[in-house]
Design a protein around this ligand. Structure first.
Ligand code: QUE
Length: 355
């Protein structure tokens, strides 16, 4: 193991350890990081010495994983977008590997967990949150869409919570992330070191699931309902509508200040990707397999890599940081169904295949 790799992998006891190590970019994922993680998981899948996998980030650094290599993708999108597509392919294959991983896979979300960071955690069996967890799927704010399996897990959260998260990019903090089921266990940050040591010292060769549960239980706090759950009725009534325009109309027709604030937030997002995300979540809800959903997302990503909205979103939020995108797609009315059909169309020979 070399300390300067962007992902550190090693076996300690019966635990396969993956530690994200790109602190300057809040551990956001590059294609190399996805490939390193995939190689480790492939090796550990059938390794009898490995009873579980733990994913975390280097101690003393901020963030669990802030997303993907957005600057690279935007640069690539200025030309043919091939670099972005190669990244998506590596990342989505990793997401599927985690979804299908046959052993306990525990991610420690002790910091910012957005986009790509959600994709390497939410599809595993165990997700530990702490008071430092900040969760979001913020992609519609940069002209991307809530990928990494968002089409799969978001519509499978309670009611229309996932549609709300996708369209507003809302951030949830601390125990709220476990309250809505994105996390499975809420543990104080100061106990994480102790938690990992216990896994490392455990004999996981027999019934690892039960032993992991026994270790986690005494450190897990019961969590109060998330504040957003106060608004479940409004969310379910409005975000269940048949289009983004109808959702906005329904929110505007309520007398709730909270609902109006959601409209204001959605008005700052890319109109093109609001409509893409809406259709992605509805189609993802109907997908029978995770792989079908990822194939859909790869089709979208393939086109969106070269979208002018993506260029402008990255300029406004990541590069210039003025947070004032002037979206080329203009407004919801101008984003046609025909354009969406093109974004979602099969890629023929280029369709994503899973090994
Ligand atoms: C949407 C995104 C990302 C984002 C902000 C968004 C994303 C991402 C980052 C990010 C944040 C801090 C860093 C960094 C990247 O921000 O994917 O390198 O230091 O990686 O609104 O999708």
């Amino acid at each position: 193991m070399s300390d300067d790799l962007p992902v550190l992998t090693r076996k300690t006891g019966h635990v396969g350890r993956i530690t994200l190590n790109r602190p300057k970019a809040l551990h956001s994922l590059t294609e190399d990081m996805c490939l390193l993680m995939s190689d480790a998981l492939q090796a550990w899948k059938d390794d009898p010495e490995v009873g579980m996998v733990i994913v975390d980030h280097t101690q003393g650094t901020r963030g669990f994983c802030a997303g993907g290599d957005i600057r690279m993708m935007a640069e690539s999108g200025k030309t043919d977008g091939q670099g972005a597509r190669d990244f998506f392919r590596a990342e989505y294959r990793l997401n599927a590997l985690i979804h299908n991983f046959p052993k306990p896979y525990l991610a420690i979300l002790d910091g910012v967990t957005m986009g790509g960071g959600v994709g390497i955690s939410v599809h595993g069996s165990h997700r530990v949150t702490t008071e430092n967890t900040v969760f979001a799927m913020p992609e519609t704010g940069i002209g991307l869409f809530p990928d990494v399996g968002g089409g799969w897990f978001l519509p499978r959260l309670d009611g229309e919570l996932g549609m709300w998260l996708a369209l507003t990019g809302a951030r949830l903090k601390g125990s709220a992330v476990s309250a809505i089921g994105v996390g499975t266990h809420h543990v104080p940050s100061e106990m994480i070191g102790h938690l990992v040591s216990q896994f490392e010292a455990a004999d996981l060769s027999f019934e690892p699931e039960r032993l992991i549960d026994t270790i986690l239980r005494p450190l897990t706090q019961t969590v109060p309902p998330a504040e957003v759950e106060t608004y479940s009725d409004v969310i379910d009534a409005c975000f269940s509508k048949g289009s983004v325009e109808e959702i906005i109309r329904a929110l505007n027709e309520t007398s709730s200040d909270w609902a109006l604030a959601q409209v204001k937030t959605m008005e700052t997002k890319s109109p093109e990707t609001l409509k893409i995300a809406f259709r992605q979540l509805r189609e993802g809800a109907a997908c029978e397999t995770f792989e079908d959903n990822m194939r859909m997302e790869y089709r979208i990503g393939w086109r969106q890599a070269c979208s002018p909205d993506f260029q402008e979103g990255v300029r406004a939020v990541i590069i210039d940081k003025d947070n004032k995108p002037d979206w080329p797609s203009k407004n919801l009315e101008k984003v046609s169904g025909g354009h969406l059909d093109e974004v979602f169309a099969p890629l023929g020979e280029d369709d994503l295949t899973f090994l």
